[in-house]
Design a protein around this ligand. Structure first.
Ligand SMILES: *[C@@H]1O[C@H](CO)[C@@H](O)[C@H](O)[C@H]1NC(C)=O
Ligand SMILES: *[C@@H]1O[C@H](CO)[C@@H](O)[C@H](O)[C@H]1NC(C)=O
Ligand SMILES: *[C@@H]1O[C@H](CO)[C@@H](O)[C@H](O)[C@H]1NC(C)=O
Ligand SMILES: *[C@@H]1O[C@H](CO)[C@@H](O)[C@H](O)[C@H]1NC(C)=O
Length: 423
């Protein structure tokens, strides 16, 4: 009893912390002048890095300056530039004008990437003649080409949004390698995921991944130990269609680096997901520790192999077992097996046959049997369907999972209030 009380309060504070942070996207949405900047914050996911900081000054560029910066640049290059425009200190207009003589050095999000050599992750701020405030890279010889133009928004001591006239650049900032040229299999082999690398080649799923690499791809690559674990299924005994589905389940059709997974709410769609919410995953995060919950098992995210917008490769400790394939015990009565088209038109791999439980949304011409009568098995997502024995083991779940299933802050507030009134 006491422990469940604790759990509820913990949940409450976790949710409070998660909902109290700022949302730079929502703030900038109100200013059409910065719509391009805002759109790139979202595409590069730098918005998630900003939102996860307690103290940040976001230097925004008006659309014309942002268009000039972004033309002909790779998304990875634009991401570097945006990171350098987000200072990890609070500067409102007053503080800017009161800066001491000389230059003030401040650190930026770019410095946190670990890619910044020397002082390249820093920005110098100085009061120029005529009351202007100038910004420059801390690189030797950099010029104060960018200057403060106006204040946009302040949330005192946490978030300040200031408009500046031009980007802050140093030579090389925009030259990020293009992720689409990365050799996925070589990368995976080097990261200790040889089994996974060979499976994606033999199954043809590599081509599905590759065709997604321009728009956005996140891989959860199980390491070689994961395939040898004693409760791991024998992937060689799967039908080729199921293997394709399983491998697609280990990928997201979007660029979702670790910081973005932390802020993911509810379930997330994988490359195997259908419109009806099958083959989804949910995320459990505790600080920097992130796990994926399939409804059958959970797997910790071990390392980042590649984070290069729009491609991200992460390793996981366990195979991700979708409940649709490994839900186990009470096997559902055979429903109509419909062949659904593979999400990628360029894919040469066989289209995965997806077992549809209950009502299939759009009757497929390939469905051979007449529509099945409504089934007793509830049609629900893995996260809230304790269908199998395996799920029962998951009942000693973390506060984060409770938070997820409780869903809204309101409910938790209500619950906490109810408990408080009992005490
Ligand atoms: C921030 O706001 C945007 C737009 O208002 C919304 O789409 C997004 O989900 C919000 N992000 C978070 C982490 O709440
Ligand atoms: C605002 O900043 C203070 C002090 O740095 C910090 O304690 C607080 O958690 C921050 N609030 C948010 C919402 O980040
Ligand atoms: C920026 O600051 C650093 C350290 O204070 C200094 O070495 C550098 O010359 C400054 N750059 C400019 C352009 O003033
Ligand atoms: C990628 O690396 C693998 C070795 O891991 C090699 O066999 C393959 O030819 C490489 N592909 C390309 C396109 O270079």
């Amino acid at each position: 009893m006491a422990s469940s009380l604790l759990l509820l309060f913990l949940t409450f504070f976790l949710l409070l912390a998660a909902t109290n942070g700022h949302n730079i996207t929502a703030i900038l949405d109100k200013y059409p002048d910065y719509s391009l900047y805002n759109s790139y914050l979202t595409q590069t996911k730098v918005c998630d890095e900003i939102n996860s900081r307690e103290t940040v000054t976001c230097l925004v560029l008006p659309n014309s300056a942002m268009a000039a910066l972004s033309s002909k640049q790779s998304l990875a290059g634009i991401k570097n530039a945006l990171r350098l425009l987000n200072l990890l200190d609070y500067f409102d207009p007053q503080k800017l004008h009161d800066l001491p003589r000389g230059t003030t050095l401040t650190t930026t999000l770019y410095q946190t990437t670990g890619n910044a050599a020397g002082n390249l992750g820093f920005v110098n701020i100085t009061n120029l003649r005529g009351g202007k405030v100038g910004f420059a890279s801390a690189a030797p010889g950099a010029k104060f080409d960018a200057s403060y133009t106006k204040s946009v928004k302040q949330i005192p001591y946490n978030l300040s949004v200031l408009e500046i006239s031009a980007p802050i650049i140093f030579p090389g900032l925009l030259d990020a390698p293009s992720a689409s040229s990365a050799n996925l299999t070589a990368l995976l082999e080097k990261a200790g995921c040889k089994t996974f690398a060979s499976l994606i080649v033999t199954s043809g799923v590599l081509k599905i991944y590759q065709s997604a690499m321009d728009k956005g791809l996140t891989l959860f690559a199980p390491n070689d130990e994961a395939f040898k674990a004693k409760d791991a299924p024998d992937v060689n005994s799967l039908s080729s269609a199921d293997l394709v589905t399983l491998l697609q389940y280990h990928a997201l059709p979007s660029y979702t680096p670790k910081d973005s997974l932390k802020t993911a709410k509810g379930t997330i769609s994988t490359m195997a997901s259908s419109a009806s919410g099958k083959y989804d995953l949910s995320v459990i995060s505790r600080g920097d520790d992130i796990s994926l919950d399939t409804g059958v098992d959970t797997s910790r995210i071990a390392s980042t192999v590649l984070d290069d917008t729009p491609v991200c490769v992460l390793t996981v400790d366990n195979l991700l077992l979708p409940s649709e394939l490994f839900g186990g015990a009470p096997a559902p009565a055979p429903g109509p097996i419909a062949l659904t088209p593979s999400p990628s038109p360029a894919a040469t791999a066989p289209a995965p046959a997806k077992k549809k439980k209950g009502k299939a949304k759009a009757p497929s011409p390939a469905a051979l049997s007449p529509p099945a009568p409504p089934m007793s098995a509830p049609e629900s997502s893995p996260s809230d369907a304790p269908v199998s024995e395996a799920d029962k083991a998951d009942e000693k779940i973390s506060a984060a999972v409770v938070a997820r299933s409780v869903g809204t802050l309101g409910t938790v507030v209500l619950a906490s209030w109810a408990i408080a009134s009992i005490l």
